[in-house]
Design a protein around this ligand. Structure first.
Ligand code: FES
Length: 131
């Protein structure tokens, strides 16, 4: 089937105030265009990098380095507590936020910590089953 349409007008060429710097496969960029495109590309790359860093630093498994323990037995290489089951009694409440003044026991300091930081930590409660 033959087409009888009108011939297409020639495509307009964009005015270039400076000589072509890059030309490849019909693609041309002038120095003026490069001075606009390069900062835009750099800003977009930097923005993407910063957004990815922000989101990768959140959540479990984050590579952010920080200390959990702000003040308990800081002169020790490792803080370890051990209890015999027979000595626990009917119920024991242990701190997991590391803010308790009675560490390793919970004194309720996790409530203030959660309010200030938006965290959601709470104690470990061990109790004997009701008979
Ligand atoms: S004070 Fe730390 S969990 Fe309650």
């Amino acid at each position: 089937m033959a087409t009888t349409g009108l011939p297409l007008p020639p495509l307009p060429t964009l005015p270039m105030s400076t000589p072509v710097v890059i030309e490849s496969h019909g693609f041309q960029i002038s120095k003026d265009q490069l001075t606009v495109l390069v900062p835009v590309a750099v800003a977009a790359a930097l923005g993407g990098f910063l957004v990815s860093r922000y989101f990768s630093g959140r959540g479990c498994g984050s590579s952010k380095k920080s200390q959990v323990n702000p003040c308990v037995c800081k002169d020790s290489a490792k803080v370890v507590h051990s209890f015999d089951m027979e000595d626990i009694g009917s119920k024991a409440v242990y701190c997991r936020c590391w803010r308790s003044k009675k560490f390793p026991y919970c004194d309720g300091s996790h409530t203030k910590h959660n309010e200030v930081t938006g965290d959601n930590v709470g104690p470990l409660i061990i109790k004997k089953k009701d008979a």
